[in-house]
Ligand binder design. Structure first.
Ligand SMILES: Cc1cc2nc3c(=O)[nH]c(=O)nc-3n(C[C@H](O)[C@H](O)[C@H](O)COP(=O)(O)OP(=O)(O)OC[C@H]3O[C@@H](n4cnc5c(N)ncnc54)[C@H](O)[C@@H]3O)c2cc1C
Length: 434
């Protein structure tokens, strides 16, 4: 007899584990299967785990702001111990430069005002006081190093920044997924590792379970695709991809891990820092280091890859990101030895996730997280559980979208915002900024 469960979640990353916890808290007994040996070993482990409230849409920003309160109250939210300890949220805030690219942040501040997100505008002098090593020349647009104008100021000056106190970063994203695993187990979920799903089974017009690579079949009336950069492969074997308007694919990305610029203890005095003028973002890292990522400027080629076959070595991208940030912080050294991570984003057509049902009854997806949903995992998990419970109780979410209450900030959002059937959202940044 095949093993039977009430639900199966494919993927034990931070969002799969958060979905498991939220479903278990609703009384389900989900089985989470993952091809890797532990929770959070996929793209979650490579995450910069930056927490920030600013996105390009109201819903995206509201959910991100709400998430801050889950991280500040992480222990209480989990309600369960982890023998490895708890992930730590460093609430150092975020500094976003005002640039020509982001319209001097006028639209962002309007969005923040609408939601009630606190922020403080910083003058150039205030920026220099906070970051003594900073160069406020403008270099836009971001360029490739082979461009003769690379590193040459364009004559304008950075006009200031906006500082958001409700942001920062989580020191160990893989541990955060493990914390969620332990909390989910305490609530009734079961995790099975080293188990790759190779088939999604159907019966009588709905999902009936999965088959693993070793041939084991597990029956369940509900299956959730939270497979990260493999999401499109799982949707393909489920046969649901063609009916979706928004699709996902895997994008290769690198993160550089370098010492702080001379004269600046970034671990102690730094914040999350976003600079669209040079096309980079960074955050403090343990040991007086900086983690640097790319904001995907238009001049860079995007590396769409097969998640089962891509280059895991550092490439020129690593050096380009460090050189770009060195325009802003000229004392930043460019080490000869490359350190950091090479990993994948699971990118949707508009860089906004899909948290939705599918056209196959019982088959759901939390995918397309586009390099920017670590922070939202606890909220995304609860939205998914609410969606699944409502649809299984007969609600037609496509016609009558489920709403979700953001309890810390007192707002309601429509889960329909994340529909697989939406048109491409023109308000998106079409980048990791979401
Ligand atoms: C370099 C980088 C930097 C980032 N920085 C940030 C940031 O600063 N802030 C932020 O908010 N977000 C950030 N993100 C995004 C964030 O990390 C992701 O959105 C989030 O971790 C995705 O979690 P997940 O659970 O959906 O996917 P994953 O963590 O990728 O988990 C998916 C799991 O599914 C499993 N799986 C796949 N296929 C199968 C199968 N067929 N059978 C069984 N298991 C399967 C995989 O093994 C994997 O463990 C970053 C991402 C990257 C890569």
């Amino acid at each position: 007899m095949a093993e039977t469960r009430d639900s199966i979640i494919i993927g034990a990353g931070v969002i799969g584990a958060a979905t498991a916890l939220a479903l278990a808290r609703k009384g389900w007994k989900p089985l989470i299967v993952d091809a890797l040996p532990a929770a959070g070993y996929g793209s979650t482990s490579a995450s910069c785990a930056i927490i920030r409230p600013y996105y390009s849409t109201v819903d995206g920003s509201a959910i991100a702001y709400e998430s801050h309160f889950y991280w500040t109250g992480w222990r209480a939210f989990l309600g369960a111990d982890d023998e490895r300890g708890l992930a730590r949220y460093v609430n150092c805030g975020c500094t976003l430069l005002k640039t020509a690219q982001n319209g001097e942040l006028a639209a962002t501040m309007t969005l923040m005002d609408e939601i009630g997100v606190p922020y403080e505008e910083l003058s150039p002098a205030a920026l220099e006081a906070r970051f003594p090593a900073i160069d406020l020349n403008a270099y836009a647009p971001p360029k490739r190093p082979e461009d003769p104008a690379f590193g040459t100021p364009n004559g304008a000056r950075i006009s200031g920044a906006v500082y958001f106190p409700t942001g920062g970063y989580v020191t160990d994203p893989q541990l955060a997924a493990h914390n969620l695993q332990r909390a989910a187990e305490a609530a009734g979920a079961t995790f099975r590792f080293n188990s790759r799903v190779t088939e999604i089974n159907r019966r009588d017009g709905r999902v009936a379970g999965v088959t693993l690579a070793d041939g084991t079949a597990i029956e369940a009336p509900v299956v959730v695709n939270v497979a990260g950069p493999h999401s499109f492969k799982v949707n393909r074997i489920a046969g649901v991809e063609d009916a979706m308007k928004i699709h996902t694919r895997a994008l290769r990305h690198e993160v550089a891990h370098v010492p702080s610029p001379a004269g600046l203890d970034f671990e102690r005095d730094g914040t999350v820092f976003s600079d669209s003028d040079t096309g980079t973002y960074c955050r403090p890292e343990t040991g007086c280091h900086v983690l640097i990522g790319s904001e995907d400027p238009a001049c860079d080629r995007r590396e769409w890859v097969d998640p089962d076959d891509y280059n895991t070595e550092f490439s020129e991208q690593w050096r380009v990101m460090v050189m770009r940030l060195a325009q802003r912080f000229p004392e930043l050294g460019i080490p000869g030895k490359t350190r950091g991570v090479v990993s994948l984003y699971d990118v949707s057509d508009d860089w906004i996730p899909i948290y939705d049902r599918s056209d196959l009854p019982g088959f759901y997806m939390a995918v397309g997280t586009s390099g920017n949903q670590f922070k939202n995992a606890p909220v995304a998990g609860e939205m998914m559980a609410e969606l699944i419970a409502a649809c299984e109780a007969g609600r037609d979410h496509d016609r009558d979208p489920v709403t979700f209450r953001l309890r810390h900030i007192g707002r309601e959002v429509s889960v329909g915002f994340y529909s697989r059937r939406r048109e491409v959202n023109p308000d998106s940044s079409f980048s990791v900024l979401g």
